[in-house]
Design a protein around this ligand. Structure first.
Ligand SMILES: NC(=O)c1ccc[n+]([C@@H]2O[C@H](COP(=O)([O-])OP(=O)(O)OC[C@H]3O[C@@H](n4cnc5c(N)ncnc54)[C@H](O)[C@@H]3O)[C@@H](O)[C@H]2O)c1
Ligand SMILES: [Zn+2]
Length: 324
């Protein structure tokens, strides 16, 4: 499979004239000198490769965009595997389990309420906005863009995206532990007792809220939990079915800001590539996701996404203006 590279702010390593060889996934992932050669190839081949991606983009009728925490990094929301993966003395992964919720629902709700409040203070970045604008323009042209996101921050929707499948749930939905009802909830604080939810540190004693004062179900009175998929839990089958329908019918796939280590999301791009459909990865670094990719855009997605999508937006908006 040929790998095409677009790099934003990266030094190049070798002289001109080099063309990327055919790659196997192992070669890409394990061979650093190969990676360097690929980066240097960008310096000499950039225009042709941009044209090739743009040609596919303009022809595509159904685009699927898989996003992860990296797409929200420039909005100020830390990624899981970045430095912000800790919450006070707790590892975020330790708090995001059903076991943690059963042991200490007050602690887990405080963690989620703090995240809800923090996320509501952030704004969608130009990467989110470019995707939302592209979806709208494609829709006017009887084409479709669907976002399949691992994020739970709701920023795609706040940017204006409508076709969003949230495979790991949402910070702004609750689920009743008794009657299983799922409801949207944008209220912060979600209940009086959580109004002081803050990051625990030396000066900041952890809240110990009795269960009766934590968020309760309006229908049956049961304890509510955040409607997010925790570590060790399965993804919703109906949601997965919708994802595979989109993956099975798309003719171009973009993978943005994900480390491609969380399953089953890590398998989505390989699933698309197995049908010989092109995949473009947008990331700060080469990840396992690049194994399935034909195109690679290295750099912050708040810059690379708008740049990559601008020619399509311009072409379609121009076409719209010609229709009276
Ligand atoms: N915003 C959120 O909702 C949020 C935040 C943290 C974690 N999570 C959850 O954690 C899990 C982590 O998996 P993941 O793969 O989504 O995240 P991850 O933290 O494992 O990986 C983030 C990826 O984004 C890349 N990245 C960082 N900044 C970027 C930028 N500006 N532009 C482009 N790429 C950038 C990194 O190189 C990395 O590969 C997911 O299940 C997700 O639900 C969600
Ligand atoms: Zn209930």
């Amino acid at each position: 499979m040929k790998l095409r590279i677009f790099v934003t702010s990266l030094r190049t390593f070798a002289g001109p004239g080099y063309r990327p060889p055919l790659l196997t996934s192992m070669a890409l992932h394990n061979d650093l000198s190969h990676r360097r050669r690929l980066l240097s190839a960008w310096a000499t081949d950039r225009v042709r490769q941009q044209e090739s991606f743009q040609a596919e983009l303009i022809k595509a009728r159904r685009i699927v965009v898989l996003t992860g925490a990296g797409v929200s990094a420039e909005s100020g929301i830390p990624t899981f595997r970045g430095a912000g993966g800790f919450w006070g003395k707790y590892s975020a992964t330790e708090l995001a389990t059903y076991g943690a919720f059963v042991r200490d629902p007050s602690l887990v709700w405080t963690f989620y309420e703090y995240r809800r409040a923090t996320v509501l203070q952030t704004k969608p970045n130009p990467g989110h906005v470019a995707l939302a604008e592209t979806e709208a323009v494609l829709e006017n042209n009887e084409k479709k863009l669907t976002i399949v996101t691992q994020n739970i921050d709701g920023l795609h929707q706040r940017a204006g995206s409508k076709n969003v499948i949230e495979i790991h749930g949402s910070l702004f939905k609750t689920e009743c532990t008794k009657c299983r009802k799922v409801e949207e909830n944008l209220q912060v604080p979600i209940c009086d007792a959580l109004k002081d939810a803050r990051m625990p540190d030396a000066d900041n004693e952890q809240l110990k809220i009795p269960e009766e004062q934590l968020p309760r179900c309006g229908s049956c009175g049961g304890l509510l939990r955040p409607h997010v998929v925790w570590f060790g839990e399965n993804l919703d089958e109906e949601v997965l079915k919708r994802v595979y329908q989109e993956l099975g019918s798309c003719d171009l796939c973009l993978v943005v800001g994900t480390s491609s280590v969380v399953y089953p999301a890590a398998m989505f791009a390989p699933h698309v590539a197995a049908r010989s459909v092109s995949v473009a990865e947008f990331n700060m670094e080469l990840t396992g996701g690049a194994d399935a990719s034909n195109y690679l855009f290295l750099g912050p997605s708040g810059k690379t996404l708008p740049e990559a999508l601008a020619p399509l937006l311009k072409a379609l908006q121009k076409a719209e203006n010609l229709v009276f």
